[in-house]
Design a protein around this ligand. Structure first.
Ligand SMILES: NC(=O)c1ccc[n+]([C@@H]2O[C@H](COP(=O)([O-])OP(=O)(O)OC[C@H]3O[C@@H](n4cnc5c(N)ncnc54)[C@H](OP(=O)(O)O)[C@@H]3O)[C@@H](O)[C@H]2O)c1
Length: 247
């Protein structure tokens, strides 16, 4: 078991990539805290984990709110006493060019996709320092490393996550706190529903692998980054995109 008795906090654990990662972490022995707004989905993920003998709890959290992040983080610390693995996965993917977007959506998206990474990390770092180390994995996107047609806000927010991860990694490496950035390409989750079946087929044609990822294929890499197998990885931007950005 790669995460035996570790405490993992997974934001966006109620759906898609976060839910798959919560299950993966729990299968490897982590006490897994599933965060999100949708309690029904969160409890379903927890029940699945308990069903295979894993350990998990749902904690409600709206990551658009700094106050709610602090409340949820403190709730996890109150139960678990520490956090060894922080998986910052909650995110939204609004489409639009700069002319189509509005300021409110810009601010809300940055609050969810970028500021939540900042808030959870600033809360986790002192806890990890006290424990002698830890791992932070921030979920960006292939769109954080190259531009994205018609998704100006999303690409800007995910680019910020890449740069924040690199900078945090440099400052905390000597304290055995490893920060890395996971950049999925198109992955079959509810987030992709906005494309519709035809749109998804068209998108898949642009990917060298010829298909989208399953959430489990992303979760496998999340596990690698969370555990000791990646012990010399600090500030890496790990693309898992079927070759989308390779060409
Ligand atoms: N799917 C892809 O193709 C793809 C590609 C690259 C990167 N990503 C990134 O991967 C991450 C997960 O996406 P996904 O594909 O798994 O999407 P998803 O299935 O739509 O899940 C999104 C998750 O984010 C959470 N979330 C959104 N707004 C929130 C808020 N205000 N407060 C708390 N939680 C919030 C949702 O939880 P609640 O609804 O319960 O609040 C949900 O668990 C995102 O950061 C996304 O940008 C996805």
């Amino acid at each position: 078991m790669q995460l035996k008795d570790k405490v993992a906090l997974v934001t966006g654990g109620t759906s898609g990539i976060g839910a798959a990662t919560a299950r993966r972490f729990a299968r490897e022995g982590a006490w897994t805290y599933v965060l999100g707004r949708n309690a029904q989905n969160g409890e379903a993920v927890v029940q699945e984990i308990l069903g295979f003998g894993g350990k998990a709890r749902f904690v409600s959290c709206d990551v658009a709110s700094e106050e709610d992040i602090e409340r949820a983080f403190n709730a996890v610390i109150g139960k678990a006493g520490t956090v060894d693995v922080l998986f910052n996965c909650a995110g939204v993917a609004p489409s639009g060019t700069i002319e189509e977007l509005c300021t409110d959506l810009w601010k809300k998206t940055f609050a969810i996709n970028v500021e939540s990474v900042y808030h959870f990390s600033r809360l986790a770092v002192p806890v990890m320092r006290k424990a002698g180390g830890g791992t932070i994995i921030n979920v960006s996107s292939s769109a954080g490393t190259v531009g994205a047609w018609g998704m100006h806000l999303y690409a800007a927010s995910k680019g910020a996550v890449v740069q924040l991860s690199r900078s945090m990694a440099a400052d905390y490496a000597r304290e055995n706190i490893r920060v890395n950035c996971l950049c999925p390409g198109a992955t079959l989750t509810p987030m992709m529903d906005q494309l519709g079946a035809e749109g998804m087929q068209e998108f898949a044609k642009m990917i060298p692998a010829g298909r989208m990822a399953s959430p489990d294929e992303i979760a496998n890499v999340a596990l690698f980054l969370a555990g000791d197998q990646s012990s010399f990885m600090f500030g890496s931007t790990v693309l898992v995109d079927g070759g989308f950005t390779a060409i």
